[in-house]
Design a binder for this molecule. Structure first.
Ligand SMILES: [Zn+2]
Length: 307
């Protein structure tokens, strides 16, 4: 583990290990373009995910960082060698659903089939159990009360599918900001993507477009705040297409979506490099394990107090 130490107020402190994740999907599979690129056309489009993931793997190797790659079943089916390479280099391969269908647009049965098909495809590729899930576009929220139950039933140990913030495309604004057990009787754990609190407001600070568009100093401030003041790990994510300035340009999508998708692609690799080297990072299954132990200890302490 690449834990670094920093000196603050005269005390040496072990840095908190944060959760690093990559949502493995190609440039044509993103939520922003779902209304202009037909799913049926995906197979004929310029396949760039493999090259981009290789660049990310090299970046992580150099920084000695490990991460979780939440992968679409659609990608896993076509890139078995790539998935095995990810696993071989010490990273976790987990599920991002089959073809980026948002959870709140499915019913429970459809969601169950989507989960099962994706898990089986990834497991057949890597020969390792899939225990983690990230909903496409953070689409588990108050509309999907059955989603966590289905994940638990299928043997998942954790989910990182909630954005506890208000946003035009996603978000569950009043969900907890840090690890929680959505069902008190079950130890499935949800690790929401990181937000920072500023003057009573929640700000998205866990990656994606925000990381690319805003100055690096904001992300540094937010993650420090979460680690030092709140003593919690941050959960950060990005996508392979975000480090690819040469990707084909999609016309026909709303200007806002295009701005969001294409801003600062050429600066992303350097920014990521800075982030990865400045903080300590690990796989999300590791963070889930630690946070679950912490929640169990808190529950036991509360039980003792109550009895
Ligand atoms: Zn995604």
């Amino acid at each position: 583990m690449n834990a670094i130490t920093f000196q603050e107020k005269g005390e040496a402190q072990e840095a908190i290990v944060n959760g690093l994740s990559v949502d493995v999907e190609d440039w044509f599979q993103v939520g922003a373009f779902e209304d202009v690129i037909e799913r049926d056309s995906w197979g004929g489009l310029d396949d760039r995910v493999e090259r981009n993931v290789h660049a990310i793997l090299d970046l992580f190797d150099e920084a000695k960082a490990t991460a979780t790659f939440f992968t679409l079943g659609w990608v896993a089916q076509r890139h078995g060698t790539l998935l095995r390479e990810i696993a071989k280099r010490g990273h976790e391969v987990a599920s991002h659903g089959w073809d980026h269908q948002r959870v709140f647009r499915m019913d429970r049965q459809t969601f169950a089939r989507d989960l099962e098909k994706t898990r089986k495809t990834i497991e057949d590729c890597c020969g390792k159990r899939v225990i983690g899930y990230r909903a496409p576009s953070f689409s588990i929220d108050h509309r999907t009360p059955w989603a966590f139950m289905e994940l638990a039933e299928q043997g998942y140990l954790y989910s990182s599918s909630v954005a506890p913030v208000a946003h035009d495309h996603y978000g569950w604004a009043d969900a907890p900001r840090f690890a929680f057990r959505p069902m008190p009787w079950h130890d499935l754990i949800e690790l929401p993507v990181t937000t920072a609190e500023f003057r009573g407001k929640r700000l998205a600070a866990g990656g994606g477009g925000f990381f690319r568009v805003l100055p690096y100093a904001f992300s540094r401030w937010a993650i420090r705040q979460v680690n030092r003041e709140e003593q919690r790990p941050a959960i950060f994510y990005f996508h392979p297409w975000e480090i690819d300035p040469g990707q084909p340009r999609v016309s026909g999508a709303p200007l806002r979506s295009r701005l969001r998708h294409y801003t600062n692609l050429s600066k992303m690799s350097d920014k990521l490099n800075q982030l990865i080297n400045e903080f300590s990072w690990g796989r999300i299954d590791l963070i889930a394990h630690r946070e679950n132990a912490r929640l169990a200890a808190e529950k036991a302490a509360k039980y003792e107090l109550d009895t």
